[in-house]
Design a protein around this ligand. Sequence first.
Ligand code: ACM
Ligand code: ZN
Length: 612
Amino acid sequence: MTYKILSIFALSFIWLSGFAQQQDSSINIIPAPVKLIKHQGSLSLKNIKVSVNGFVKSPTQLVTFAEGVVNSKPNKSNSTAKVGQKLALILDKKIKLPEEGYQLSVSKSGIAIKANTEKGLFYGLQTLSQLVALGSTQDIPYLEIEDYPRYAYRGALLDVGRYMFPVAFIKNYIDLLAKYKLNTFHWHLTEDQGWRIEIKKYPKLTSVGSYRDQTLIGHLRKAPLLFDETRYGGFYTQEEVKDVVAYATAKYITVIPEIEMPGHSLGALTAYPELGCGHNPGPYKVAQKWGVFEDIYCAGKDNTFNFIQDVLDEVMTLFPSKYIHIGGDESPKAKWKTCEFCQKRIKDEKLKDEHELQSYFIQRIEKYLNKKGRQIIGWDEILEGGLAPNATVMSWRGTKGGIAAAQQNHKVIMSPYSHLYLDYTPSKSKEEPITIGGYHPIEKIYAYDPTPKELDASQHKYIWGVQGNVWTEYMSTPEKVLYMTLPKLFALSEIAWTPLVKKNWKDFSENRLPHHLEDLDRKGTIYRVPEPIGAKDTTIVSNQYTLNYKSPVKGAKIYYTINGYTPYEMDNLYSKPLTINIPVGEERVVKSVVITPAGRRSVVVTTLLKNK
Ligand code: ACM
Ligand code: ZN
């Protein structure tokens, strides 16, 4: 056989195994792994014993997780399993795998997960846990997986400034990230609407700065603005913060705290007004509505820097992460322009303008943190007036900032609002709950490629990773956070982890996602139920139209009406493609909805059919 013929054979094998992966309902991994080969046969989960080899520092933790995974399904398998089959966790520094990678094999002789780090073993277990929980049978197929991430930084932000959530929910959020192989929790802790972290040296930050007298109840852009006339607030104690960080660490998640400066600081200014501009600054008020506020820290007073450094000293004792996020976004310069202290600073430091003053501010803090062995991350506004020498840029206003920073050889995290703000409206339906606005269906997140085409190949390495952000202006409950985040977070996970060549929207949304949503549904978790796959929110001019739907959640049903009324469980149950005839001069209004086994509903999709 010539080499050419051999390659054709090999290629068709790869193609077939790829095809098998897409069609096989027993393999539904998100994020899709780098390499997967499925073999004939499957392994029963009966009598699996977990063993750990190598130099695992936290064996109990991994074994407990592994035992939970293999025992998570009541075993009704008919296949005979030998007693003593193993799930072997093998840590070997010599295994050649990219960082955070793992190999997973399931065969007649049992299950083996190999990695050169404990984190790799953990990710291998996450994959195994999906094979067990989401498979269509009690057994798991024989297979081999080799897997590692596309990006080293895979993050999700949670804003607790606008609304805060109980520690138990923060842990749930961390669980979700870990399960989907994200590795960084960006905790947005200080805001105009409330300071949320206990700082022992400045008790008024929490006794005063954490509370607002009332909160906007409608949308900021919809007059008249109405308020709830109810005091709101709270904060995380240092003990709670330590607890969260320890919890995240055990799940191989780094927690990066964000302490905002010089803007978004009304919480701190209300507590310590002397940190504002001018001779007699304040009084300030913790913000009661959303937006960008002109009152920011004074850059002319050394006291501002002493205060921030003291705060950061305590923050550094709580968060071991190498990176501290210092904000830097949305800092109007109006107050600096008229402040004697700020103008003197501009003169003394020979700065050109207030943008250079912001750069001075950030660089001064960077220097302080670098001396303590830490690095800063800032939003892309920190490019204005000159980037601090070692700063990492988080590009949110689009991709331009990220591109510019990468071209200056700085590390970049891509988080453009256009694609990765998970708080934006998921559909155009009027049934969606109140959100900040925009239009961000999950497809848009999935389609995003974090490495910009504008960069040449030598600059790609500066794209450190990608992050989804959950801003909570319009989310006052953990349940709303879940509705907005799920399933968008799964799409984020796949763009952060899976190589571009393995991304496939149809396979993700029609084959794998329905299993993950069924799992959420079964567990009683709140999530946004997607619309029926194939349902079109549009007007169609024709004498005939065929409804051709698929359920976005395994086990869910689709109901429809053709008379314009809202469909419920007592209406038509969709079971197979169905042609609707529209008489000349008439209209039919088709409305379709998904209802899941747990009783959750999608928004209703309306398709207007017209025959002129
Ligand atoms: C931001 O959304 N202001 C970072
Ligand atoms: Zn000032």
